[in-house]
Design a protein around this ligand. Sequence first.
Ligand code: 3UK
Length: 535
Amino acid sequence: MSDFRVKIDRSSTPTKFSFAQPFNVAVPFIDNHLEEGREEKVAIQCGDETVTFGQLAERVNRCGNALLGQGLVPGDRLMMVLKDTPAFFYLFWGAIKAGIVPVPTNTLLRSDDYAFMTEKTKCRGICYSWEYQTEVGPALKKVIHRPDTVLIEGSIDSELPTLQSVMDAASPDLAPFPAAAKDDCFWLFSSGSTGKPKAVVHRHCDMVVTSELYGVRCLRISQEDRFYSAAKLFFAYGLGNAMTLPLWIGGTTVLDSRKPTPETTFENIGRHRPSLYFGIPTLYSALLNAYETLSPKPDLSSLRECVSAGEALPAAILRRWQETIGTDILDGIGSTEALHIFITNLPGKVVPGASGCVVPGYNAKILNDRDQPPELGSIGRLLIKGPSIARCYWEDPEETSKTMKGEWLETGDTYFQNKDGVFIYCGRNDDMIKVGGIWCSPFEIESKLMEHPAVLEAAVVGEKDAVGLVKPAAYIVLKDSIRASDKLKSELTSFVKSSLAKYKFPRRISFVASLPKTATGKIQRFKLRKRELSA
Ligand code: 3UK
């Protein structure tokens, strides 16, 4: 086997992988396309800009060399706060090819979040899009481990060096760093219910595994496919949809750095004609509402499959989509720890209201409180195992052993299997809430609310809206109940928005006399959720 390659046996079930030693995952994802005759083929379409596989390979090399030239060495972390543009690809793959560990982060966060992540990664380098200066700039002033290298993407008048300038000055040739398939490759952050975000450590082999097991086997991706993802690249879901799968198979990805709305989504689908669209339930619902009011109707005829993940897809949204648009939506559950989707509906075999079946190559089991498999049809905790699961949470043995139990991963979700073996989602087994596919920790929102001088206590839970999508709602005990008013509600909303990520504010606030609590004083959020159901 030639250097740095992976041999795939697609004739066996599950797919078999043999990784060369040494191995560097940038070789099959970036360099191999040149040998396979795709030098002139478009890899990335971003607005009017196109990037061919040939240009991509050269810019990845320049970026890797630029990072090494800045003094980063293999094993160092590079934090990325980048919007969805081709530069994300250059940095991510340039780092990996040079043995540096890229850490893409959520661009919707605030300065305290970035300060925490800078300390956690102890990154030697950071690159951020100029738009995020107001949050990242102050974060870098607060930290003890200030990265030596700070690069700006897309700046016009910054004193800091730009990514473009260091790439222009770097060599276009770079030999891959001789890593191994099981070596650390990149990190992603995942939110916790009480503590701070955890750094999920993924290896070189993991993106190969997800691309083959989910992409090739389940979605049947090919180089003819054009991929378009509403989820941004910094989410594991977006990273897989818009970068890993298309690069693996030699397809084309459509990028748009704007916030996804029905308008931008229809515009991109009409203009760039993707064959695969990856959305989240909230957006499917918004797309349907917009579609029904539009005349003439947007042209969605290029779509061969639509995928949904991030939170459960309500059966009602799927049915409305089937009736209105005429295609299926394949709901699948994935996680940052597993890297991509591990239980999914398959093309032509969609079960409304279900997550589907296990992706071949992964195993799933449901366990009850006594760690036993319950009777078929009874609810329990979902655990999965498979070859793309993260090695650990970085320097967090306690959280690692709670979640990664030998080869099995505790997903934090409760499920049951119906008589056909199909997996049905029943909710989280912690208090975490997914809002528009993005995590909200009730604890974090409550802590912020309690900083307000009028608030004595607060509890936040997820409540379903009219179409079955979950939104955060706050129950608040005031220090002085006489202050309860709509004016105070909007003041509290602005207070939360002023320092937490914008999507984390409570959509509904109720003032209550007291909160339900256990004998030890722990808020019983499940009672508040029940109150909503019986209301
Ligand atoms: C929830 C779902 C019901 C579930 C993700 C696809 O969402 C992704 O990763 P995260 O780490 O969150 C994981 C958690 O989100 N969830 C995701 N999808 C579904 N619940 N139905 C679904 N279809 O609680 C899970 O544990 O942000 C999704 C691919 C890669 C991903 N990282």
